[in-house]
Design a protein around this ligand. Sequence first.
Ligand SMILES: [Zn+2]
Ligand SMILES: [Zn+2]
Length: 186
Amino acid sequence: MPHAKPNHSKRLDPRLPFVFDTRTLGLADVRSVSRTAAAPASLGAGLVSVPEGADLELEVRLERVTDGVLVTGVVRAPLVGECARCLDVFTSATEVCFTELFTHDADDEDADGYLLDGDLLDLEPALRDALVLELPLAPLCAEDCPGLCSECGVRLADAGTGHAHAGAGTDQTPGGSPAPETRKER
Ligand SMILES: [Zn+2]
Ligand SMILES: [Zn+2]
């Protein structure tokens, strides 16, 4: 996990939108938390992203386990994307489930997860990883987006099914196109 590096230089601020305090969470305790938080900057991948400041709806379940705190949850986020076929900007939303173990031990050999900072855990890196993984590399404004006309570049969804060009396909006539000299009739 790319964001697993602990930050020992300064303590997490418990007031940060994605920080959860597990101090009062006893062993085998389970706590459910619902929270709406503003999306951090540059939360996206390629053509699609969560607008900065948009509402992220979080429902998380914190569970104290022997190794640390297990966080399972779901995040719902609005998306703004650019269609990979017709280049139109569109909005949609996504819902991503995640499960992450936050541990205390920074020196653990197989610690590929996230670390607790004392009693605090910062869900933002985990959310970022989970969301970005779910985002499509080639987002579409609609499943059946017809894309752009190869002749004139118009967005075919706007132009309608009857959109066609009279001269379509004649610029490369198979079997030798007529030489300009042979067409003196016009
Ligand atoms: Zn499209
Ligand atoms: Zn066209």
